[in-house]
Design a binder for this molecule. Sequence first.
Ligand code: AMP
Ligand code: MG
Length: 421
Amino acid sequence: MLEITGETVKKENSTVTVEEAIELILNSIKPLSGEKVSILEADGRALYEDIVSNIDIPPLDNSAMDGYAVIAQDTKGASKENPIKLSVTGEIQAGGDYLDKIVKSGTAVRIMTGAPIPKGADAVIMVEYTSEESDIVSIFRDVKKGENIRLAGEDIRKDSVVLTKGERLKSADIGLLASLNYKSVMVYRSPDVAIISTGDEIAEIGEDISPGQIRNSNSYTLYSDLKRYNAIPHYLGIARDTFEETKEKFIQALKCDIILTTGGVSMGKYDFVKDVIADLGIEIMFSWIRMKPGRPCIFGTMGNKLFFGLPGNPVSTMISFVQFVRPAILRMMGAERIKKPVVSAILREDIRKKPDRTNFIRGIFTVEDGEFYVTTTGLQGSGILSSMSVANCLIIIPQGIASVDAGDRVSIQLIYHEELA
Ligand code: AMP
Ligand code: MG
């Protein structure tokens, strides 16, 4: 049984639930402006405009097979034993001349996949059901009218909206843009995001380290997560635990659209982030969330700039990123769809927790006979970064619930749901 302990959350004015936090964040965001980028650089970016087609795709009725363009009526009753013979009057290659080719009763035109259907023909017989000798083709099977013909506009109709504003482009969309002759496309600008780590105990990669110190991991998990969402990370280094150094980093960070700090937001004597925010006039919207891990988490705004003071513990940093920073980035870069999928799964162990918060428990889901099952990753300490490494989902146990048992259905949020084994 997994038992998650912790003290009871005290009620403060700036304490919010997870849902309230997301609403406050999304309501304070104004999407960024648009920019033109090459379609080769557009993957994952959100469209700044609807894409309307000015052509039919395919532009002409064309053949879906290699074979012969015929009049379907002419092939009626054809079989292997009683083939019907048609005289071949020409040939059309994909991309070749077609205007001068005409199919009349008793004739056929040799045709390749993708080539336009000649005038008069209303079907294509596959080459596999034919045999040709001296410009006479024997047809071994009948075809129905329209068979093996791809109709003009069956993929995309002229004047139709092919892709809508706010859609995040994926490979098929990039292909559609190419089909429509777009070399570049208007997308929302990606936010510039400053990353600042705080703490006297934090050592940078490669630095000498004393026994009391820990390596900076947060800046790198955030950097990687930001890239995943097409934001532009700017890593500003570690601010030592003084007001002056923290403020200096903040001033550099104000060039960016979003500022992320990690650590320095608890109640400790050396937690200076709050003081600096107050000094710079950043308006705090909340500073405590009824969740675990990740309770101390500050969100503030300054004009259109967003500030997130993420908790320092590595798992808290990551879970706060997924729940709050990720949707903020997506909304800022114009994306319409911002929710991670949540599905129902059968829990494989008992879980006990405090009811006054939402818990995000690192889990591993499997799919067996089409059903989702989930186990926890074990110890849930907010410093156990390796648990995030093995997790592929978060088990969400909402506020108000203190226990769930093996066999119960729980909601799981699919955070790393790419390929499964
Ligand atoms: P704080 O909120 O500053 O007290 O930080 C809480 C804990 O998070 C610290 O005790 C550190 O162990 C850890 N921590 C803070 N910043 C980082 C970081 N950049 N990388 C890894 N761990 C960190
Ligand atoms: Mg600290």
